[in-house]
Design a protein around this ligand. Structure first.
Ligand SMILES: Cc1cc2nc3c(=O)[nH]c(=O)nc-3n(C[C@H](O)[C@H](O)[C@H](O)COP(=O)(O)O)c2cc1C
Ligand SMILES: Nc1ncnc2c1ncn2[C@@H]1O[C@H](COP(=O)(O)OP(=O)(O)O)[C@@H](O)[C@H]1O
Length: 310
């Protein structure tokens, strides 16, 4: 897949494209359904299948009160896009100038003149252009003037769930990683660096690698204990592990931390990159009478993790 970092000075694309536009947070099953249908049509007509997206969430630039936590960083999104049938992903810097453009101006100067878009698929709930003030009927009318064939795509559902980034955020905020993973089509993952903690873990026989996420904007699932698959830089396979997201109440009250104990593993991994893919939530975080009681529970959590992952 070709990645274009859009800028005003770039020469126009010459290959006619069928495109879709959106933030595509998480590149979930609904996004992939839309992109793969677009690609099928584009390839049948010998056109480029193009995804047009933004480098950051519009709300971040517009300083909106509600800032959604993200399902994917830009790097993760581009990596996920390589697993779709899209030929090209055009990444636009979402700047205040970009936000100020009208939908018509955007369609004319960016989509038609630079990206050579001939057909545009717009998600059933997608809006773009200044203040998101227009709707599908307007895009259709602008498309007629600009010779862009505008199509509306339908909602993708899995059983009774209408898959959307916000629905998946809600599921992760409730700790329902099983349903969120079904909607995503892959296991939700957090990546970061292993940093030092309080050195209590090893005293109770459960050393924990503390994960410091690369992107502070990523969504952290609901507090609690999870079975996860951990991948550590320098080790070639995913390893069964258990993770606590919380404030370690047994030891006092602390900021939220992400602590991962990898099963059957003994190595110093400070400063390494680590990714954890969520598999299942095991329980709430609890306050134990003492570290020995915590250790006894961790032994039970380990057995549950082993039963799930090995
Ligand atoms: C799977 C797992 C579950 C945990 N559950 C709890 C818990 O319910 N309550 C708690 O106070 N600490 C819990 N912890 C312990 C803390 O997350 C942390 O590992 C411990 O305080 C040691 O921290 P340190 O490694 O930074 O010294 C759990 C740890 C793991 C790995
Ligand atoms: N099985 C394991 N799972 C996670 N980390 C481990 C494991 N074995 C050794 N380690 C190492 O031990 C460190 C954690 O030890 P711990 O006593 O919990 O201290 P701290 O959390 O303060 O760093 C990890 O960062 C890692 O380098």
């Amino acid at each position: 897949m070709k990645i274009i970092h859009f800028n005003e000075q770039m020469p126009p694309q010459t290959r006619p494209a069928m495109a879709t536009i959106g933030f595509f947070d998480g590149v979930h099953t609904g996004h992939r359904f839309l992109i793969d249908e677009l690609a099928r049509q584009a390839h049948a007509e010998k056109m480029d299948a193009m995804v047009v997206t933004f480098d950051r969430h519009p709300r971040e630039v517009l300083h909106s009160d509600y800032q959604p936590r993200l399902l994917s960083s830009l790097d993760e999104k581009l990596e996920l896009m390589t697993h779709t049938e899209a030929d090209t992903c055009a990444v636009l810097a979402f700047t205040p100038e970009m936000a100020a453009r009208s939908a018509f101006d955007f369609m004319r100067t960016v989509l038609r003149d630079k990206l050579c878009v001939k057909r545009l698929f717009i998600g059933y709930d997608n809006r773009f252009g200044h203040n998101r003030s227009e709707g599908f009927a307007d895009y259709l009318a602008y498309g007629r003037r600009l010779h862009i064939d505008v199509k509306e795509s339908t909602a993708f559902t899995l059983g009774d769930i209408r898959v959307s980034s916000s629905a998946i955020r809600s599921l992760l905020n409730e700790g329902d990683v099983i349903t969120s993973n079904r909607c995503l089509g892959y296991a939700y993952t957090l990546s970061g660096t292993v940093v030092g903690g309080f050195r209590e873990g090893r005293k109770i026989g459960f050393p924990t690698a503390n994960l410091h996420p690369f992107d502070a904007r990523k969504l952290i699932p609901h507090d609690g204990v999870y079975a996860v698959e951990a991948t550590v830089e320098g080790f070639d396979r995913a390893m069964p592990a258990m993770m606590n997201i919380g404030r370690r109440p047994t030891y006092g009250s602390f900021d939220r931390s992400l602590e991962v104990h990898i099963l059957d593993f003994h190595a110093d991994i400070y400063d390494r990159k680590m990714s954890v893919a969520f598999v299942q939530r095991l329980r709430d975080e609890q306050t134990f009478a003492d570290p020995a009681a915590l250790a006894a529970q961790l032994t039970r959590d380990e057995a549950a993790t082993r039963a799930l992952l090995t």
